[in-house]
Design a protein around this ligand. Structure first.
Ligand SMILES: Nc1ncnc2c1ncn2[C@@H]1O[C@H](COP(=O)(O)OP(=O)(O)OP(=O)(O)O)[C@@H](O)[C@H]1O
Length: 774
């Protein structure tokens, strides 16, 4: 390969990612390799051209209009810097959406753009929709898939925290609510109103202020919107994933608990009777709300949000009385967090709680349990020797203060998770009721998946592992889909491409979920009487290293990390995890005392939420009509229908069945016991998990596979949200490095790699002919 003088190229830059340059000089070294001097705004850079010229010195697109293309696959020279440059140039023109083949890249402007009016929806829903990329064109394509092709659709919205997933999902939901109406009659029917009302409710209970986003979703959600024969919306169904529970009892500096608690404290200030009944004060009086030191946020009116949440709950069939019961449970949690746990002066330093502790009395009253039983339940743990067959085989011991604090927090987390799951079941029963016959009329659905993006922090634990595992599964689905589309396109064009070597992340998924994979090893340790995190780490070295040693699994790369660290080479990034706490979180066992306490409650609502056999609503089982693939807004061809049927079981189902088998645990499949607990503490009884007892990792795997089965039966549309601004979230700000790392992690660049494996450059024939004349 010889690069000529004058060739316009990109060179790597540590600050900007890539900078533009041109080859100024060229020579050969003693090995015969070409050496070039590239001139850029920063001066001259010398580079040796080897076999990786495409990566070292990518060519710059210079043709007119290439830097504002609305579909990046039309780039004459498809490479990372050209793609970045185009996205950036469009963003500077205030164009936040760009197609990259089957993916809509959505940049968060952190500013009002006035492109989401009802008029815009009608325009994109019309017979002659605008060609400009928009989230509404993706929604439109999904709508067409349902109404014309009669196939189920999924819109996968992904991206890092603050990238705009929730806002995008809201826009998609609004599109469906408004698109079916005429321009003159925009009145939304009660069905659509109810679907939109799920947003304030789910966000109040599942979103929180974090450092990265003031309205961060602390769970994943798959919302299925159902259509009847006439293509009218008749209802919806929500599945939830991975609710973050640690936030309930602990918030880092400048972060908050879920919004509902602050809304409740602010909202009942003028409702004296409710305030008296709940005995609640200001949010900053509660340990579970004040740790982040931002219980009041400038510009946020929690009281008015409370009104919105209540109104939304009412329209979803949660009447005032039930709302009051919910608030009582929330208030009980706040009082629970304020119980003062001391230690006795005895040699054993047992935990002690005063019988007159006001918070204990209030929490006990609101939960409908006797204060004495409550006090006892928080200070003791029951352990058994071997398999417990009789009461007499149980040993009750006292906890010390730290252990009692952990027990108290784990009870709070359990109650909140159950409440969240109960709420989802409640909403689902209203969104698509069997009684009204709506579920029988359901024909197709559009699913909107709003899921957390890939995570790699300084310290990564079981939570990050689960999230990244979920992202691996989605990436695999994406790779297969993109690969199939490329093949179909080549076939259509009559091109013979015998083999495309695309990057397949199957080995990584296999390492996690195969019969001797990481999850199996984890479950095995959980079932061993002497199982431990270090035991797991040793097993991983023995079993995972040999087959996967090269790229996928390795011990810690950094000597500063302890022996518990291990690294997985994920498709997006290498992530080093800390094995500490994996067993504990995977077991997620509820202490005997907590089961007893909740079982003895005299409050019917507490019993219903915390101990009853929650029977979840299931979405109608609908199989997509096998038809010819349809086209996306960017003219890509959809994947052929798969033979899998829609799996009606929800994540809630799966854990509920675990519950039915006699284990009181959260029915949310993805609500692991986030916070680390000290070994041997009441929340981490070092008892082996029985074979029948489902583990969180196992349930998570099953739920992910169910989700994948659902998605695989649908035509998929991808929205990759990108947060282009730095930490301060400034409006219309674009940081090259930040965008690049998100493009890499989101799989947008993966499509390029797949394209490169086949025919990377695409040009219309007339353009090609014109260009070739020179
Ligand atoms: N299309 C948009 N136009 C203008 N502002 C936006 C847009 N999308 C997102 N934002 C802004 O960015 C903020 C964060 O967006 P959002 O809550 O949707 O992020 P997210 O990806 O769902 O984050 P998380 O994973 O933390 O839930 C919003 O509150 C809003 O201020």
């Amino acid at each position: 390969m010889n690069i000529e003088i004058g060739t316009r190229v990109w060179i790597r830059d540590s600050v900007h990612g890539w900078v533009a340059g041109a080859v100024a000089e060229s020579s050969r070294n003693s090995r015969g390799e070409q050496v070039v001097d590239v001139e850029s705004k920063d001066g001259k850079t010398q580079l040796t051209i080897n076999n990786n010229a495409e990566d070292n010195l990518p060519l710059r697109s210079v043709s007119e209009g290439q830097d504002t293309l609305d579909d990046l696959t039309q780039l004459h020279i498809l490479n990372e810097p050209n793609l970045l440059h185009s996205i950036r140039t469009r963003f500077e023109h205030k164009l936040i959406y760009t197609y990259s083949g089957i993916v809509l890249v959505a940049l968060n402007p952190y500013a009002d753009t006035s492109i989401y009016s009802n008029q815009h929806i009608h325009d994109y829903a019309s017979a002659d929709p605008p060609g400009e990329p928009h989230i509404y064109s993706v929604a439109r394509a999904a709508h067409d898939g349902v109404s014309n092709a009669k196939r189920n659709q999924t819109i996968i919205v992904s991206g890092e925290s603050g990238a705009g997933k929730t806002v995008s999902a809201r826009h998609i939901m609004r599109y469906f609510a408004v698109a079916g109406k005429t321009k003159d009659n925009n009145s939304i029917t009660s069905t659509e109103e109810r679907i939109l009302a799920t947003n304030p409710v789910m966000e109040a209970f599942g979103n929180a202020k974090t450092l990265r986003n003031s309205n961060s979703s602390r769970f994943g959600r798959y919302l299925q919107i159902y259509f009847d024969d006439n293509n009218s919306i008749i209802g919806a169904h929500i599945r939830i994933f991975l609710l973050e529970r640690s936030r309930l009892v602990y918030q880092p500096q400048n972060e908050r608990n879920t919004h509902i608690f602050y809304q409740l404290c602010a909202g009942i200030k003028t409702d004296f009777s409710l305030k008296r009944e709940l005995k609640l004060g200001n949010a900053d009086e509660y340990n579970y709300l004040n740790q982040g030191k931002c219980s009041k946020l400038p510009g946020v009116d929690d009281a008015s949000h409370f009104v919105t949440t209540r109104r939304a709950m009412s329209s979803l069939g949660i009447d005032n009385n039930t709302q009051k019961q919910i608030f009582k449970l929330l208030a009980a949690l706040l009082h629970l967090g304020n119980i003062e746990i001391n230690q006795t002066s005895s040699a054993r330093q047992d935990a002690s709680i005063s019988t007159t502790d006001a918070s204990l009395l209030r929490a006990a009253e609101l939960l409908g349990v006797s204060a004495a039983a409550f006090q006892k339940g928080l200070m003791q743990k029951t352990i058994g020797v071997g398999r417990i067959r009789a009461e007499s085989e149980k040993i009750v011991t006292s906890l010390n203060r730290d252990q009692a604090n952990i027990a108290r927090d784990s009870l709070a987390r359990l109650i909140y998770t159950r409440l969240f799951d109960w709420l989802v079941i409640k909403l689902n029963s209203t969104l698509l009721s069997k009684e009204s016959g709506a579920s029988d009329r359901a024909r197709q659905f559009v699913g909107v998946l709003d899921i957390y993006g890939f995570e790699h922090f300084q310290k990564n634990s079981f939570e990050q592992f689960c999230i990244n595992y979920a992202n691996e599964k989605l990436q695999q689905e994406f790779n297969n889909h993109t690969f199939k589309l490329s093949q179909q396109e080549y076939e259509r064009e009559g091109l013979k491409v015998s083999y495309i070597n695309y990057p397949d992340n199957h080995p990584c998924i296999d390492m996690i979920e195969s019969r001797v994979g990481l999850l199996a090893l984890l479950d095995e340790q959980c079932r061993l009487p002497a199982g431990s995190d270090t035991g797991l780490r040793t097993k991983m070295d023995e079993i995972l290293r040999p087959p996967y040693k090269k790229a996928l699994f390795s011990g810690s790369k950094s000597s500063s990390l302890d022996a518990g660290a291990f690294t997985i080479a994920h498709y997006a990034h290498d992530v080093t995890y800390d094995v500490d706490g994996f067993l504990e979180k995977n077991r997620d066992v509820v202490p005997e005392e907590h089961k007893n306490l909740l079982n003895e409650s005299q409050n019917p609502f507490v019993k219903e939420v915390c101990t009853a056999d929650l029977t979840p609503t299931t979405p109608p089982s609908i199989v997509s009509t096998p038809t010819q693939p349809i086209r996306t807004p960017s003219q890509s061809v959809r994947s052929p229908p798969s033979r899998m049927s829609v799996n009606g079981r929800t994540s809630v189902d799966e854990l509920s069945s675990a519950f039915n088998k006699g284990h009181i645990r959260s029915p949310s499949a993805f609500s692991p016991s986030w916070p680390p607990a000290s070994p041997g503490s009441p929340s981490s009884p070092n008892v082996p998990t029985s074979r029948k007892q489902p583990t969180l990792g196992g349930t998570f795997k099953m739920s992910l596979n169910n989700l994948m089965a659902t998605i695989n039966d649908t035509d998929t549309h991808y929205i990759r949200c990108i947060k282009p601004a730095g930490q301060e979230n400034a409006s219309w700000s674009f940081d090259n490095q930040k965008v690049l790392s998100q493009l890499r992690a989101s799989g947008v660049l993966e499509t390029i790699r797949i394209s490169r494996a086949g025919y990377p450059s695409k040009m219309m024939f007339d353009k090609f002919a014109e260009k070739s004349r020179y």
